[in-house]
Design a protein around this ligand. Structure first.
Ligand code: TPP
Ligand code: MG
Length: 665
């Protein structure tokens, strides 16, 4: 066996990517061909990980923000010995393979986060680096650096053109995330061609202005230069580093190198052959010689992990409580008594009967739950005093306080939400973020990614309807509740009083495998009477809040601020002899998951006269009210006026609800 050169090791990545894309007849060979040398140096000389234990907690995190180059990551995982066989690479982009078109954190061992929506991988990486920093502050002790790892991220021109890269790079600079290292694939090409026409920023100056250390003009095809750059990045720990790597997209392809034609299509049979000749790669499709595998697998990763484990055991002997706490948090387990304590708090709220804004009730829930949950890390996009996200023990993560637990995100909704995802995916945190409901649009794709990835992130949205009043239609959400509900695997809650608000928080915290959106009002909401069974049923997403004797003539369904209106309308209808049931439906997502018999007990099939009331678009409710029912909603933009004027103006009145019921016949 000969010792392969660095170029040979990198070429193994190139040809796995070329062959897999060719076999799938779809995919992106250009980026892996361009970044192969950088990846080879990073993975073989620096990355601290263990392919045999992809979930080892103190591993370095590697994020491929330019996720279209997924074959680069799959090649790296395969070559370095992860549980990703050559057969999986041969099945690139096929149904149920472990090699989907873009990296998915839930499909492939060693993939930390799902990437593809450009820019968000960088944001996730910033969240992960922040998680590492705060955990180190909290748990490390003199001589015991048990939390000590780096976050490495690859990104392309596309990631840098996306606005979110500005939001999160700015924060990373402010926070001094010195263990974050980004590699820019500076190839001057994106899909539409040479970027001279649309991307001429001085990226290096831009990142320096954020407070990053920038290493300029590294030849991304030269392993020596790459290695020197990484060593420089590791020397100083006070700033995040951007390494600007000049690369050639499609490197090695005689006809397509440096051209956008290599970005997102197979090279084609003849060009694959020409590239094999040009790079002197005589091996067959998907063939990797043993000496190349050996070159990729000659580091003692298990030994490195064992060494860390020893250090951790010594730490655990000296600091057993901290070690147990860190272990619990990393495993994503709630403290044993959390749910019982939450229930006790909810029962007390029911007894107290306060009429308050649900955003205030949310803050009270945070105040109560945060001391029980040190993994809770909150934040708001410059609306802390409107979203009511601060609690007494909030401490900014910009500090070196061991109990840092609050992020002042500034006005950066998208970056905030994607950072939340990174905080959770890193392990050790249940993040929540907050803004006005109307600005969930700015965050939306990161909410979608929370749901796709099964991230345990909580998105808090206050000022939930025209009820916010004078700020007017730009600030009054109308379509947002429905549109967030349409995201699969996302639980949306819109509670009607303090009791439902605390229950929504409890449910969001207990939902370990996915995100929740908690939607709260600016204005006060009346307390609703309930017995213990009804209190318990809130967690089922929908329940009978008030009932009539016998089978009801009509069912009123409502959420949030409209539940009070529904009960008032029920009073009037009852006085007129109509048998009315009021169903409070704080989470349609959760209700829809209940067994049929429960749903039938709340919304009996036989009762077809139904009116749904919600200060949002009406279409969403048609599935609950059916052809025989009706909806009191709002299907236009709002208006600027006091809330007390807006609700009657838009028809959210007892008279309108009663009239709507009567119209059903
Ligand atoms: C948010 C988002 N918008 C658009 C795309 C589609 N897209 C995928 S790659 C790409 C071009 C990216 O250019 P660059 O990062 O320079 O990648 P390269 O061609 O150099 O590999 C685009 C527009 C995407 N994946 N995500
Ligand atoms: Mg590019």
């Amino acid at each position: 066996m000969t010792t392969p050169s660095r170029r040979d090791l990198a070429n193994a990545i190139r040809f796995l990517a070329i062959d897999a894309v060719q076999a799938a007849n779809s995919g992106h060979p250009g980026m892996p061909m361009g970044m192969a040398d950088i990846a080879e140096v990073l993975w073989n000389d620096f990355l601290s990980h263990n392919p045999a234990d992809p979930k080892w907690f103190n591993r370095d995190r590697f994020i491929l923000s330019n996720g279209h180059g997924s074959m680069l990551q799959y090649a790296l995982l395969h070559l370095s010995g992860y549980d990703l066989s050559i057969d999986e690479l041969k099945r690139f982009r096929q149904l149920h393979s472990k090699t989907p078109g873009h990296p998915e954190n839930f499909e492939t061992p060693g993939v930390e986060t799902t990437t593809g929506p450009l820019g968000q991988g960088l944001a996730n990486a910033v969240g992960m680096a922040l998680a590492e920093k705060i955990l180190a502050q909290r748990f490390n002790r003199e001589g015991h650096d048990i939390v000590d790892h780096r976050t490495w991220v690859f990104l392309g021109d596309g990631c840098l053109m996306e606005g979110i890269s500005h939001e999160v790079a700015s924060l990373a600079g402010t926070w001094g995330l010195g263990k974050l290292v980004a590699f820019w694939d500076d190839n001057k090409i994106s899909i539409d061609g040479n970027t001279d026409g649309w991307f001429t920023d001085d990226t290096a100056a831009r990142f320096e202005a954020y407070g990053w250390r920038v290493i300029r003009k590294v030849n991304g095809q030269d392993p020596v230069e790459i290695k020197t750059a990484i060593e420089t990045a590791l020397k100083h720990g006070d700033k995040p580093t951007l390494i600007c790597c000049r690369t050639t997209i499609g490197f090695g392809s005689p006809a397509k190198a440096g051209k956008e034609s290599s970005h997102g299509a197979p090279l084609g049979k003849d060009e694959v052959a020409a590239t094999r000749a040009a790079l002197q790669w005589p091996y067959a499709e998907f063939e990797i010689p043993q000496d190349i595998y050996a070159g990729w697998r000659n580091r003692d990763h298990a030994g490195a992990q064992a060494q860390w484990q020893q250090a951790f055991d010594a730490y655990a002997a000296q600091f057993p409580a901290e070690a147990a706490e860190l272990t619990r948090r990393v495993a994503g387990e709630l403290p044993a008594d959390f749910l019982a304590q939450a229930d006790a708090y909810i029962a007390k709220l029911q007894a107290d009967g306060q009429t308050i804004a649900s955003r205030k009730a949310s803050q009270m829930a945070i105040e109560t739950f945060a001391p029980l949950l040190p993994e809770l890390i909150g934040g708001s996009a410059d609306l802390a005093h409107s979203n009511l996200t601060l609690w007494k023990a909030s401490k900014s993560v910009a500090s070196s306080d061991p109990n840092a637990n609050y992020v002042y995100y500034g006005v950066r909704e998208f970056g905030m939400t994607a950072i939340s995802n990174g905080l959770n995916l890193h392990g050790g945190f249940i993040p929540f973020d907050a803004t006005f409901l109307v600005f969930s649009d700015y965050a939306r794709n990161a909410v979608r990614m929370s749901a796709l990835m099964g991230a345990h992130a909580i998105h808090v949205y206050t000022h939930d309807s025209i009820g916010l009043g004078e700020d007017g239609p730009t600030h009054q959400p109308v379509e947002h509740l429905a549109s967030l509900r349409y995201i699969p695997h996302n639980d949306v809650w819109r509670p009607c009083d303090a009791v439902e608000s605390a229950t929504a928080w409890k449910a969001a915290i207990a939902r370990l495998d996915g995100p929740s959106c908690l939607v709260f009002s600016r204005q006060n909401l009346p307390h609703q009477p309930r017995d213990a069974q009804q209190v318990a049923q809130i967690e089922r997403g929908g329940y009978v809040l008030r009932d009539s004797e016998g089978t009801p003539d009509v069912i009123l369904l409502a959420t949030g601020s409209e539940v009070g209106l529904a009960t008032q309308a029920a009073d009037q209808l009852s006085a007129e002899g109509v048998k009315v049931r009021v169903v409070s439906m704080p989470s349609t997502d959760v209700f829809d998951r209940q067994p049929l018999d429960y749903r039938e007990s709340v919304l009996p099939n036989a009762v077809r006269k139904r009116v749904a009331i919600e200060a949002g678009v009406s279409d969403f409710w048609r599935k609950y009210v059916g052809l025989d029912g009706d909806v009191v909603g709002i299907d236009r933009f709002g208006a600027s006026a006091p809330a007390e004027a807006l609700f009657p103006y838009f028809g959210f009145t007892v008279e309108r609800v009663v009239a709507t019921v009567k119209k059903l016949g």
